[in-house]
Design a protein around this ligand. Structure first.
Ligand SMILES: Cc1cc2nc3c(=O)[nH]c(=O)nc-3n(C[C@H](O)[C@H](O)[C@H](O)COP(=O)(O)OP(=O)(O)OC[C@H]3O[C@@H](n4cnc5c(N)ncnc54)[C@H](O)[C@@H]3O)c2cc1C
Ligand code: SF4
Length: 588
């Protein structure tokens, strides 16, 4: 029997980026807030110490900061004819676990999805006709970029993003991204200093008439005090960033941007090492009354709340909704139901170039998001009329690291052991560079999330089942991107250049990206979306579901800028509309 606790105004599940933003906004508005976080408490001075934080074996290879499958695994298959099997080790993506979530060990590329993304179906139909997108389950998001613009701004200023505006209130700015949607003001900090690899990438891309610009980065180019009054330091380009926490207060994270203020709020309480098992509904299933969680000693508690906000990461949000019967499971055969619908991923490929000793890249001068990007082939920045696909990709030359275990590029054909292999490693380390494409992922009927019928977790609850493969549209898009990357690789004049080509058959083993989107998408129609434009459940209006689970498709860029904007957007709806008049904010 779970121990019943005193009621709170709001119960937040998960304290990563979304949980900390929502909790801070709600606590600041005077609500009595409790956050329940599955993983441990972590902070910079105690857990991210410079004395051991750059331990590549511990953090980069053994993934100490990440979710372990023994805590929560998932099963995967490529299509419904297969039997899904559990991932015994997280590989393709690496969910976070613990206070700060994946915001602790992310890279920091911080994008805004474009105007055309939020109205993707209308936009593409208008430009190319409905036939062009037949077979894709593309849909508008219910909220527009113009509505969300100030929320993107709030996230960028909270996190102290370093970058250069490309479009200020409709005016294209030299040196920025000319394809971005208009922003009201520039980034709070200037771009990072560029090392040789991204500088060369930009030079070569310009030779082709393309438009490179500094990648917007949550690794800070200078010291900064954010609007909450929290001070951050300048990045030292240490190269132990992606998969690591920052020991230097230089990478934006809940710890460096929000928690110093949130943890001092007397009306906020955090319970870490407590895993939420289910959200409990009233007998009619129309309201959440409490959540049940289990602490590290195995004691179960029931925490009642007037409102529940799921901030447990996109995939876990969907699983919690299904376990708690919030909304109806999506069925890919009938197309009915919304929870689990429009699961998408990211469609990537990469180029690697090897030079003679003339070019020296010093890859140890690196940071999670130190680089240059070009968006000439992203989204709908180029004409797709004569092409057999929609969507696109950003091309990035980002020097994240030159770490001794993980970074050992060798030219194709090099021996795999012995003295000659060692020499190839030495040559490849200093004299090679690379760039990659990060492509959109568009929804199709057969890619979805549900509960696995066979495998369960340590508490006996079914695991989440991921059914996903790259749709033909996305494969065609990705091959077009590989063609463009080959053009760029040629201009470099490298001794050897390779460009990868995406194949059918998503593989859950090699790391690709932790950009899992959809499953509880936002929208204007309760038949095709699980949450309304304010990320409020259509079926259980005192439940909000915040994260990339709300994305109706995935664009050719990293998600967290948009995730952060949506967190501010949902918090604003709760504090300015919902608490004044609890109930559905949009009629179903
Ligand atoms: C290696 C890596 C690099 C990345 N780089 C980038 C990048 O450069 N740019 C970008 O845009 N994005 C990047 N991402 C993705 C980014 O980290 C996520 O988009 C972001 O952290 C999502 O925030 P969130 O609040 O939705 O989830 P999270 O940050 O994952 O937080 C969710 C929290 O909920 C907790 N939780 C889950 N289930 C429960 C439960 N049942 N009970 C209680 N608590 C629970 C988890 O422990 C976790 O702390 C990267 C991710 C990784 C792993
Ligand atoms: S590269 Fe910069 S932001 Fe990243 S961990 Fe090192 S100092 Fe921190």
């Amino acid at each position: 029997m779970a121990k019943l606790l005193p009621r709170r105004d709001a119960v937040i599940i998960g304290l990563g980026w979304t949980g900390s933003i929502i909790a801070q906004q709600l606590a600041q508005a005077g609500l009595n807030v409790v956050a329940i976080e599955r993983g441990p408490w972590r902070d910079t001075p105690t857990d991210f110490n410079i004395g051991y934080m750059q331990d590549e074996l511990r953090y980069g290879i053994r993934k100490e900061l990440f979710l372990q499958p023994a805590v929560e695994a998932m099963t995967m298959r490529n299509d419904a004819s297969q039997t899904a099997l559990p991932m015994r080790d997280y590989g393709s993506f690496l969910p976070g676990n613990g206070v700060g979530g994946a915001g602790v060990h992310w890279n920091g590329h911080t994008w805004r999805f474009w105007d055309s993304d939020f109205s993707i179906r209308s936009h593409l139909t208008r430009r190319y006709g409905a036939k062009k997108i037949a077979g894709l389950q593309l849909q508008d998001w219910g909220a527009t970029y113009a509505e969300l613009e100030h929320c993107f701004d709030r996230f960028e200023y909270l996190a102290g993003i370093s970058g250069k505006a490309g479009n200020l209130r409709g005016r294209i700015q030299p040196g920025g991204n000319p394809f971005e949607s208009p922003r009201a003001r520039d980034y709070p900090n200037p771009p990072m200093k560029m090392s040789y690899a991204p500088t060369l990438f930009a030079q070569k891309a310009r030779e082709l008439g393309w438009h490179p610009f500094p990648t917007p980065s949550a690794n800070l180019s200078r010291s900064y005090v954010n609007p909450l009054g929290v001070r951050m330091g300048q990045c030292t380009y240490c190269g132990f960033c992606e998969r690591f926490a920052c020991a230097n207060y230089s990478k934006a994270s809940p710890q460096t941007c929000v928690l110093p203020v949130l943890m001092r709020q007397p009306n906020f309480e955090l319970r870490s090492e407590c895993e939420v098992l289910t959200v409990n509904l009233t007998p009619d299933g129309k309201a959440a009354k409490s959540v049940t969680y289990i602490d590290a000693k195995g004691v179960e508690y029931e925490q009642p709340g007037d409102m529940v906000v799921l901030c447990a990461y996109g995939l876990m949000n969907v699983r919690l909704m299904l376990l708690s019967k919030i909304g109806r499971q999506y069925d890919p055969v009938s197309g009915k139901g919304t929870v689990g619908r429009n699961y998408c991923y990211q469609t990537s490929s990469a180029a690697r170039l090897f030079f003679d000793s003339g070019k020296t890249f010093n890859p140890f001068i690196a940071a999670g998001s130190l680089g240059q990007t070009l968006d000439d082939f992203n989204g709908d920045a180029f004409d797709h009329s004569a092409l057999g696909f929609v969507g696109g990709a950003g091309f990035n030359c980002v020097l994240t690291n030159g770490r001794p275990i993980g970074y050992r590029p060798t030219a194709p054909g090099s021996p795999r052991w012995g003295a000659k292999w060692k020499q190839a490693v030495v040559d490849g380390y200093q004299h090679s560079t690379g760039f990659s494409s990060q492509g959109s992922s568009y929804p199709v009927r057969q890619n979805y999330l549900d509960l696995d019928p066979t495998y369960s977790d340590r508490h006996g609850r079914p695991l989440l089942r991921v059914t996903f493969d790259f749709p033909d549209n996305d494969i065609a898009m990705s091959h077009h991107m590989s063609d463009q990357m080959e053009k760029l690789a040629k201009v470099y004049g490298a001794k050897v250049a390779t460009v990868s080509r995406l194949k059918k058959g998503w593989d859950s083993v090699p790391y690709q990206s932790t950009h899992n989107t959809g499953g509880a998408v936002m929208g204007a129609d309760p038949k095709t979306s699980a949450v309304n434009k304010y990320l409020q459940s259509w079926d259980v209006p005192n439940v909000f579901v915040v994260g990339a689970s709300a994305f109706a498709h995935n664009a050719g860029m990293n998600p967290t800028g948009t995730v952060g904007a949506l967190a501010f957007w949902a918090a604003e709806a709760i504090t300015t509309k919902y608490i004044k008049s609890p109930g559905a904010l949009v009629p179903a």
